[in-house]
Every structure is written in structure tokens, then in C-alpha cells.
Design a protein around this ligand. Structure first.
Ligand code: 6PG
Length: 231
């Protein structure tokens, strides 16, 4: 599928524009169906975007926010993506949104993934908005090179849902939506900044998806990948 580049002068201009675009997509989904779903990524890049989006005047009680992926840690842990979203997005007007976590205090990571699959199933499919990040190794979500279930995660035949993932460099065990859950989002965004543009160029070159898993989104996503970049 094609990719559309959205290039901005700086990170704050990108954050405002992405908040406008995502806000508009959520409002359109609410107008069409009465509800909207948004899955966001963790990391350091999205903070300014989250803060801008949190102030947008949309009907937040009709929006369900979830995560593209999560570390297997409780929300009070500083590595938690739930905590990152609670601290930066679910504030101001967006405090009224519903949030569905991926982490559950289950006996095992697979048990938590099964609960997360169940809890996120009623968000409906496809998701209205998905905002992906990318690591310098070309990972996105928790699709890490060398990941324990990378093949399964990227396989289009794998059912929608949340699965576990472990990988060197990923830290804690991860909970991640599958490729099939994310790739047909109504608005599929890749938000990167700075020198990650060079990483993107490597990912756009020929090579195995397993080496740079973002390639699965660049090559096979059903929805056009909207790439937002600022220096
Ligand atoms: O849980 C996570 O960490 C994210 O989902 C992950 O995929 C992130 O998007 C990239 O690692 C980029 O992170 P930075 O924005 O910090 O570079």
C-alpha cells in the first residue's frame, strides 16, 4: 500500500497538526457510528502529540483509547505505556475518554494477553485511528527483530488480538496487537522524528521484514501509511 509523507518544520508543529488530524478522524467516526477507537504507541516521541490531543474539543466520552503495545508491568511502573498515556493524554478534555489497558495482573503473560484480546475485542474492527512509533532497529509496536513470536505477529492470517512478545532489547515481556489488528485502521499513522528518517529510508529499501518489522506496515498495510516527520 502507499505511504503519504507529512513533513513539518519542527516537533511542536507536527504535534499540533497530528492532534488536529487525529481529532478530526475521531470526530468523524463518532458522527458516523456514535463511537471512536484510538490505539497509540508508547516511547518518548508521542508525548507532545498526546498533550496537544488531550485539549482537542471532541466528544471524548464516546472515544475508547487503548495501546498498540505494552510492557508486562503494572500502570504505576515508570516503564508502563498506560502510565505514559494517563500522564500525557488522558487529561484535560481527554480525561473523559474510556481507556482499555493491555496489561492485566494475571498469573502469566499469555493469560494477560488473552484477557487483553477479550477486553479490546469490543472496540470493533477496524480501529479508527492507530498511531505507530518506530525504534532505531525498525521495530514498531512490539514487533522486534528476533522477537519470540515475530512471524506469528506479522502473519496476516493471525487473528486480530493481543499476543505476547519477548525480544532482546525489549526489556520486559511485551503485550502487542497483531499486524492484522492494526494494518487496516481507518487512519494509520507512523510518527517519527529526527534521524529516524534515515532508519525509515533503510526500511524502505529491499530486505526482509523480519530484519526491520516496520516493513510489514510499509509493504502490506491495507490502509495508506500516513508518515508524520519533523527534524
Ligand atoms: O512501547 C513502546 O516503546 C512503543 O510502542 C515502541 O514501539 C515505540 O514506538 C518505539 O520504541 C519508539 O520509541 P521512541 O519514541 O521512544 O523512540
Amino acid at each position: 500500500m502507499s505511504a503519504n509523507m507529512h513533513i513539518f518544520e519542527n516537533a511542536s508543529a507536527l504535534a499540533e497538526a497530528l492532534a488536529d488530524d487525529v481529532g478530526a478522524r475521531l470526530a468523524a467516526a463518532i458522527a458516523a457510528r456514535g463511537t471512536a477507537s484510538l490505539a497509540v504507541s508508547g516511547g518518548s516521541t508521542p508525548k507532545a502529540f498526546f498533550q496537544s490531543l488531550s485539549r482537542r474539543e471532541i466528544d471524548w466520552p464516546k472515544v475508547t483509547v487503548t495501546l498498540v503495545d505494552e510492557r508486562f508491568v503494572p500502570p504505576e511502573n515508570e516503564r508502563s505505556n498506560h502510565r505514559l498515556v494517563a500522564d500525557n493524554l488522558l487529561k484535560h478534555r481527554a480525561a473523559e475518554a474510556r481507556f482499555v489497558p493491555l496489561y492485566y495482573a494475571a498469573e502469566t503473560v499469555p493469560a494477560a494477553a488473552a484477557i487483553a484480546s477479550q477486553k479490546t475485542a469490543d472496540l470493533g474492527a477496524p480501529l479508527d485511528v492507530v498511531v505507530l512509533g518506530m525504534g532505531t532497529d525498525g521495530h514498531t509496536a512490539s514487533f522486534f527483530p528476533g522477537g519470540s513470536r515475530l512471524g506469528e505477529a506479522l502473519d496476516p492470517a493471525t487473528p486480530r488480538g493481543v499476543i505476547t512478545m519477548e525480544a532482546e532489547g525489549a526489556g520486559e515481556p511485551r503485550l502487542t496487537f497483531t499486524f492484522s489488528s492494526l494494518q487496516d485502521a481507518g487512519y494509520l499513522v507512523l510518527h517519527i522524528e529526527g534521524s529516524k528518517k534515515e532508519v525509515l529510508a533503510q526500511a524502505e529499501a529491499p530486505g526482509a521484514e523480519a530484519e526491520m518489522p516496520i516493513r510489514a506496515m510499509l509493504r502490506r498495510a491495507a490502509s495508506p501509511l500516513q508518515i508524520y516527520w519533523a527534524p
